[in-house]
Design a protein around this ligand. Structure first.
Ligand SMILES: Nc1ncnc2c1ncn2[C@@H]1O[C@H](COP(=O)(O)OP(=O)(O)OP(=O)(O)O)[C@@H](O)[C@H]1O
Length: 343
């Protein structure tokens, strides 16, 4: 009788193991597939054309920033179903070292300009964008990327510690704690990080999983409790995440002050409170020496006094451009948006 009970118990355990083996095997093949996709990414051809000119082509320390010119620029997103182009006949000149603010209603083409300047996309005619007077496609892409710092509305954090999330702004300096903490302060990330138990060592998604281990059944077993603690995710608000991402950009700026010639900032403050937003813009402007800065934002009231050029976009074209005073005097699209932004 005892033998029979043992046999039944063993058979049912064995069945349990077999049943749990199937999802694990399936999971393993999914992991292999994902790894293959990751390695295949190396072979994805860059569709944006590049030349063999190095950038900057002179190593003058005094260079004021990247000079940019858009000449009769037309652009439609590849695979876009819309008949309308995202940008049509855009003509703009941003001298080296200028601070540019691009404003306009939703869908007017502001982000598309930034995506073209940062070479995420290429316009139909590559000679319609000039960098220091030379068609942008003549330069090596890696050189242009090294000379550009981008801060966008995307607040994606990598599955590594918050400290590394900031440090990776400059891979070569990722272990420089001093630089990383200065960057955190400039991005406004010090306070939200310091209130976490593990501070800069915190991983928001700890990535631990006890699945598949033979754990003790008792819920109060110390091992079960420890694993529960390790598996617990840590939440940060959208605004706090945006501060960490901003700190990553400051890391890049602090570590590569001479190298970066263009800073492109695309609506990085949508989740920030007004105080944090003002501090972020002021800290970015504080680093403008030797750089051209292009800001895209709907909340531009406290930026415009620093702007050399304000561009007001409408329906994929430039509606107005000039200084704050000139555009207010026009009493057109910009003046209307400005009055709305003040209220
Ligand atoms: N990836 C894309 N694929 C196809 N069309 C796009 C893509 N991104 C933007 N567009 C289209 O291009 C046009 C300009 O978009 P863009 O994002 O430049 O506007 P925006 O002024 O930055 O808008 P917002 O203020 O809402 O961010 C819009 O009509 C938009 O629908």
């Amino acid at each position: 009788m005892t033998d029979l009970a043992i046999l039944r118990e063993s058979a049912s355990n064995f069945e349990g193991y077999l049943t749990s083996l199937v999802p694990r095997i399936l999971g393993f093949s999914a992991h292999c597939h994902n790894m293959k996709k990751m390695f295949d990414m190396e072979n994805i051809k860059n569709e944006v054309a590049e030349g063999d000119m190095s950038y900057p082509n002179c190593m003058e320390k005094e260079q004021k920033g990247m000079a940019l010119e858009l000449r009769n620029l037309n652009f439609a997103y590849p695979n876009s179903k819309s008949k309308k182009q995202a940008l049509s006949n855009v003509n703009l000149t941003f001298p080296a070292g200028s601070l540019v603010v691009i404003v306009g209603t939703n869908g007017s083409g502001k982000s598309s300009i930034v995506k073209l300047l940062t070479r995420l996309y290429a316009p139909s005619d590559d000679s319609s964008i000039l960098v220091d007077g030379v068609p942008i496609s003549s330069y090596r892409l890696a050189d242009l990327r090294r000379a550009t710092a981008v801060l966008s509305q995307d607040h994606y954090l990598l599955p590594v510690s918050l400290g590394n999330n900031i440090g990776l702004g400059s891979v070569a300096h990722v272990h420089d704690q001093n630089l990383m903490q200065r960057a955190a302060a400039l991005g406004g990330a010090t306070e939200p990080i310091n209130k976490l138990e593990r501070k800069y060592d915190t991983r928001l998604d700890p990535g631990n999983s006890a699945e598949g281990y033979d754990l003790p059944k008792a819920h109060d077993h110390p091992l079960v409790k420890k694993l529960e603690e390790l598996e617990k995710g840590i939440e940060m608000s959208g605004g706090e995440r945006q501060r960490v991402v901003a700190a990553r950009t400051f890391m890049r700026l602090l570590a590569n002050q001479q190298e970066v010639k263009l800073v492109a900032v695309d609506e990085p403050s949508s989740a920030l409170d007004p105080e944090a937003e003002a501090a972020l813009f002021s800290n970015l402007i504080g680093m403008r020496e030797g750089k051209t800065m292009v800001f895209v934002t709907h909340r531009f009231a406290h930026l415009v006094k620093h702007a050399d050029i304000i561009v007001c976009m409408k329906d994929g074209g430039v509606a107005e451009q000039g200084t704050h005073e000139e555009l207010l005097a026009l009493d057109g699209e910009y003046a209307r948006l400005y009055r709305c932004s003040e209220t």
